[in-house]
Design a protein around this ligand. Sequence first.
Ligand SMILES: [Zn+2]
Length: 339
Amino acid sequence: MLEFLSGLLNTPSPAGFTDQAIAFCETAFKPFPDLKLKRTQKGALLAAWPGEKNDSPRALTAHVDTLGGMVKEIKANGRLQLTRIGGFAWNTVEGEGCTVFTRRGDQVRGSFLLNKASTHVYGSEVGKAEREDENMEVRLDARTQTSGETQDLGIEIGDFVAFDPRVEIREGFVRSRHLDDKASVATLLAAVKAISEAGLKPRQDTFLLISNYEEVGHGASAGLPQNVCELVAVDMAAVGDGQNSSEFHASLCVKDSGGPYHHGLSNHLRDLADKHKIPYMVDIYPYYGSDGEAYWRAGGDVAVALIGPGVDASHNYERTHTEALVATANWVLAYLLED
Ligand SMILES: [Zn+2]
């Protein structure tokens, strides 16, 4: 699980630029012959997994797309102004290394900084400047001082920019950007591997949707077959002041910005966690939406619930613990194997 997670975290995938990450998942799910894989038109990965029964097909979803940037403007000084992909504050990536992906397939490295970055030049302005689009820029690791020289590098408006994940795994902690939601994708893979290697099948026909537009609100709104009765979104739990979630537990989210989740399915998941002694918390996330709700909004007539590993400092430099990942994987296993 950790090896796959590390590889996926190191595969850049801002929403809209996820082909590589989807291919990485495809390679990981391919060795399990019971799973039939296909890519949706939208570029997500759908795995169909026959179960012992097919009277109430189930689905689980987790997303590989992440926060990121896109080139909004090539500035007169050769540096780049970005527009944000997904919901985050610029200060959470200030000073971070980044890669610009050109249309021709080249990669140009750089770093994301305040325009007035040097304390020796700008003094107290460095601390006070608003972290707004116009005040932030990408400084490219290339000899360019004009917009023309930057264009000569092959960089254009609309090029995707990925921020370095800085993956570090030690003492059971996993520290990286974009654990949201690559950590959950890893728990799904772990569950598939465990069930397959034990020679088992899921209780019901099951679909796994690795979605690719969650951070912009419509990931799982398409891609699931019509006959699915239940959808469990597996996505990070929000850890912070006043929250019940923790880096050492999985969480069940009963309500977020989109309102309450399905009471019956949520209670079923709680019963499963109790029965299997899975360390879990029940929580409410104040500023949060999920792919489960995206499917509901798109008209999906299913019961939807949300579980996932606790992630500290989400949409910032995130961290979780292996215990939360194992708890989530075990919860997914219990859901897949039981009635
Ligand atoms: Zn997420």
